[in-house]
Write a protein that binds this ligand. Sequence first.
Ligand code: MSP
Length: 502
Amino acid sequence: MSFYVTTPIYYVNSRPTLGHAYTTIAADIVTRHHRQRGEETFFLTGVDEHADKVARVALEQGLEPKEYADRIVGVWQELPRRLNAINDFFIRTSDEGHERFVQGFLQRIYDNGDVYQDVYAGLYCYGCEAFKTEDELVDGKCPEHGTVPEWIEEKNWFFRLSAYQDRLLQLYDERPDFVLPHIRYNEARSFIAGGLRDFSISRATQTWGVPIPWDPDQVAYVWADALVNYRSALSYAPGENLERFWPAVHLLAKDILRFHCVYWPALLLSAGEEPPKQLFVHGYLNFDNRKMSKSLGNVIDPRELIDVYGADAVRYYAVRVTNFGQDGNASVDDVRERYERELANDLGNLVSRTTAMIARYRDGAIEQTGAEPPWDVDGLRAKLVSAFDRFEITNALEEIWLLVRRLNQYVEESAPWQLAKDDARADELTAVLYNLADGLTAIAVALAPYLPESAPRILEALGQPADDPSLERIRSGTAISVGGIEPAPPLFPRVELPAAAQ
Ligand code: MSP
């Protein structure tokens, strides 16, 4: 089995926000989970460079677009690294391998008879890099960007999207889970059913972009170039026979649903390629109830949060802040509260207490007893698999947290400090401590996709193999007998907030 997941490629006209980090975190968690299943994975992220808004920012700074992109790309490449993401490749649309592939791809569509020349005149939003109809505007402005679109009139090459309506509807009908969540499937399907308009895939007035192979005076429209990244990367990224990973699972936010769920499958069909395997469309992470965006000036810088709380806490927060799929409201206070209440108290204290009691009452020994724990770990494993099959990463995390809470409750109920006073109950105490160590081992393995730094630390603190995150270890009786357990230092220590973060 192989599993290929992508994030959108981010525009380099600004710097990364927590909103961009959001999709990268989700894609990483999903990838790590599929690795736990023993699947071969490929995870792609990267940047979208050939947008007019990128050329504009470059111009403002007195730079050539490529020179500008070369300077800013570093912070984007740093983002997955800082988040601890295991992406296999980082694509830039200015990569030679990508440009070559895009030209071949567009040529195939042209040869297939799906491209014609026409004049387009209309209102264009540079924020969306898309034409807008009057009824999509609010008070004459783009509702996404709050800007007045510009009038554009030029002779372009058009893609016959309208010719793909029936094939797209058929695809949607054959694959009821093609787009998840279902509300997004319905949205895409009804957009298709409402009738499709051809769209222009070239720009005559721009020079920053991939030249159209049969008309080098024009460059490819940024979306006709960018979407192809998901496919082009497999043709030139380092690695053997990467083509086998196609088709991909695409994660994206609802702002770019039409491009991904309508245009992209049609372009692929026209080029003679398989459509995507699946698409998951998530919501916006808002800050003060408005989509976080650089242009709106309401950004949380993910790097600052990582500096204060660490990558695991930021990953955890991103999943927890709202049910993945729906819109959510992020705030700096909420990050701190969840860090303290959930990571430090619920989980961190459980690890500290468990290891301290094993050290104190059993001289650091964990002993397998064969006793059945009072919780159902097999059930948890099955729930994780079915939640991840639907990209329900928040629900899956909540299931794991139920077990964290159950173990905390078990500590209180079984009161090992009382058992320790009574020699006649020594076996009972051994079993309670084993159950705690065993439950925590399963929890650590289940949390490994979310908390890639802390999960191995929990396993190490319990003397358990830390380098095998296989899902099979989420079962009762998984913890092995070991000695030498010492009280673990706090997993999520109190943080001192720098003045700027307060
Ligand atoms: N370059 C295009 C995508 C091309 S993909 C072939 C683009 N780039 S973007 O920089 O605007 O990033 C869009 C993606 O970033 C969104 O779809 C989403 O995945 C992520 N997000 C950026 N800000 C976000 C929020 N505030 N909330 C949630 N996700 C957001 O569009």
